[in-house]
Structure formats: C-alpha cells, structure tokens
Design a protein around this ligand. Sequence first.
Ligand code: HEM
Ligand code: HEM
Length: 224
Amino acid sequence: MNTDPAPILVWDWAVRLVHWLMVVLVPLLWWTAEEGYMDWHRTLGLTMFGLVLFRLIWGLIGTWTARFAPMVRRIGFLKSYVRKLRNREYSASFGHSPLAVFGVFALLLALVTQIGTGLFSVDVDGLESGPLAVLVSFDTGRQLAEVHEFNFNLLAALIGLHITAIAVYHFLLKANLVGPMITGHRSRDDFAATTLPENRMRFFPMTGAAVLSLACVIALLNFG
Ligand code: HEM
Ligand code: HEM
C-alpha cells in the first residue's frame, strides 16, 4: 500500500478560480438586473460568459478531474455508489463522484442557457439588450428574455440543491468537499486506489483555453 502522506491535487487552480468567481458573480448578476444597473449586468454577464466558455474548453483539454469524458464514464459506477451512500458508507472519488457529475452538468447547462439567452435578450421597451440582440427580431429577443427570466429560477433552484448536497455530505457523511475546492488538495489516505490518473496542470492547453475565451469576450464587447 502507498503510505505517501503528500496531499494529492484534486482540483487545479483554474477549476477553483472559475468556481469561486462564479459564486461571486451569480448573486451580483441577479442584483444588477433587479436594480436596473444594466451596463454592469452586461459587463458581468460577459465575464461570466468568458468563465463558462473557459470551463467548457477546459472540460475537453484540461486536467483529468476537470475533463468531461472521465466524468461521463464514472456514471457507470452510479448504482454501486448510491448503494454505499444508503448505508452511510462514503468513499472519496478522485474528481466529482458519479452522483455529483449530474449536478455539475445540470449547473453548467443552466449557466449556458442563462448566458446564451442573455446575449439575445431585449427588455420590454427595447432600451436594454444583450450584444447579439441585433441579430434577432424584437419578438424573438423578448421571448428569449422570458426564457432568461424563467431559467434564472431553475439556476437558483439547482444552486440551492448543490449547496444542500454539500451540507448533507458534510453533516451526515462527515465528508469535507469544500476544503478541496478551496485548497485543491485531499489527503493521499482518502483514496483507496494506489494508482491515480495523472492530473497535472499543463501550460499550453491552459493558456490556449484562456486566450480563446478572452478573444470571444472581446469580440462580443465590440459587437454590442
Ligand atoms: C453561484 C453558486 C454556485 C455555482 C453556480 C456553483 C457551480 C459549481 C460547478 C459548475 C461545480 C463543478 C466544478 C467544476 O468541475 O468545474 C461545482 C462544484 C463544487 N461546488 Fe459549487 N457552485 C456554487 C456555489 C457553491 C457554494 C456556495 C459552495 C460551498 C458551500 C460550493 C461548493 C462546491 C464544491 C465543494 C464543489 C465540488 C463538488 C465535488 O466534490 O464533486 N459551490 N460548483
Ligand atoms: C449567469 C449569468 C446571468 C444571470 C444569472 C442573469 C440574471 C438575470 C436576471 C435575474 C434578470 C432579470 C430577469 C427579469 O426579472 O426580468 C436578467 C435580465 C437581463 N439580462 Fe441577464 N443574467 C445573466 C447573463 C446575462 C448576459 C450574458 C447578458 C448579456 C450580455 C444578459 C442580459 C440581460 C438583459 C438584456 C436583461 C433584461 C431583460 C428584460 O428586461 O426582460 N444577462 N438577467
């Protein structure tokens, strides 16, 4: 058995930074829209667009725990994972657990829908709009604004569920998931498997994903 006590990197810094920036941005986006600070709303919305786009690209070319393909494969272990949870048996997953994968995909899908509809939204008097609203008719822009409004409720519900699930793991299963999302690391002892997939952060994919996302944000800024 491997007795190396060195902590293992579970979440690279890009995943963590994107996550905690999203946590700050979602309430700010809600607040700016409610208070009518629409210039701020659009700027923060485009920042969110950049973050989510980066996360999606990172899901294809990033570290092992950030990538979507291994997450999808892990769904195959869902049954046995849930059976164990029912018996209050918790064993740490390297990356998102088979159950968490559903939450992650649902949150990302809701975020993509929110941002996608925001880009084309037009408000009721046509004065405030997303940067791509010029590409659609007023009626379509209004319909997308309705979806934007409705989807925000879905997103808020998913976030509520997400935080509840983390609290359940903390209090019922005594599993600390928040610590690794802050520091990136877990103890080697948490993992039963002796060999874990290589999870190293690589400079070129990271820079490429960041530059591509930034270029898309700049293109949208100049479009609107
Ligand atoms: C606006 C609110 C939030 C959003 C949109 C959000 C979204 C997400 C997403 C998309 C992931 C997947 C991470 C990735 O693979 O990139 C994630 C994971 C995670 N989030 Fe959040 N989150 C929010 C709030 C929070 C809060 C308040 C906490 C702390 C209580 C938290 C703790 C975590 C943890 C611990 C994970 C990793 C779960 C695991 O181990 O599988 N999140 N979140
Ligand atoms: C996760 C990201 C986002 C969140 C959480 C969010 C949230 C909201 C909320 C809560 C509203 C008020 C809905 C209502 O009650 O009518 C709103 C309106 C609006 N948002 Fe966003 N938004 C996001 C992204 C964006 C983006 C990327 C854009 C465009 C760049 C955008 C453009 C707009 C516009 C134009 C409205 C006004 C629509 C209307 O008055 O009917 N939003 N947003």
